[in-house]
Design a protein around this ligand. Structure first.
Ligand code: FES
Length: 154
């Protein structure tokens, strides 16, 4: 978040002579971002640059919400963890998580500090997330969960 604010401030500073409508849009975005997640400059630097949580929660068979473990999340988590280790990506931590409360969409994972959620079903999905998001800082739109999404079809 702090990096985003610094980038926005830099863009505003560089574009002072640019189109006022563009400047207004940037200022509005900055205001909205700070309102949603207030910036505290006193916060310490993050210990990990990026932290990934993968649900490996298990429920009793037949539970109405299902669980990520029964959909193979532990094996897939192990795959991602091994790949990150193999690539030696600094500042990136892959952690096991309990239920992330989006069970019907699982297996699920969330990437912080961005707060981007993904649903994955295979090692290929995780490899795509690894290469495009965690390495290249992009996104894998086809696997991203919407903030208010409750079911897979949405
Ligand atoms: S069991 Fe994985 S999100 Fe709930």
């Amino acid at each position: 978040m702090r990096r985003l604010v610094y980038k926005l401030i830099l863009v505003i500073a560089l574009d002072l002579s640019a189109n006022p409508l563009y400047l207004k849009a940037i200022a509005h975005s900055l205001y909205k971002a700070l309102k949603e997640r207030p910036l505290n400059l006193e916060d310490p630097k993050a210990y990990f640059a990026r932290h990934v949580f993968i649900c490996t929660n298990q429920r009793v068979e037949g539970h109405s919400r299902g669980c990520c473990l029964e959909k193979g999340s532990l094996k897939l988590r192990n795959y991602l963890k091994a790949r990150v280790k193999e690539l030696g990506l600094p500042g990136l931590r892959i952690n096991t998580a309990g239920c992330l409360d989006r069970c019907e969409l699982g297996p699920t994972m969330v990437v912080y500090p961005e707060g981007v959620w993904y649903r994955f079903a295979s090692a290929d999905d995780l490899e795509e997330i690894l290469q495009n998001h965690l390495v290249a800082n992009g996104r894998v739109e086809r696997l991203m969960l919407k903030p208010d999404q409750k079911r897979q079809e949405e």
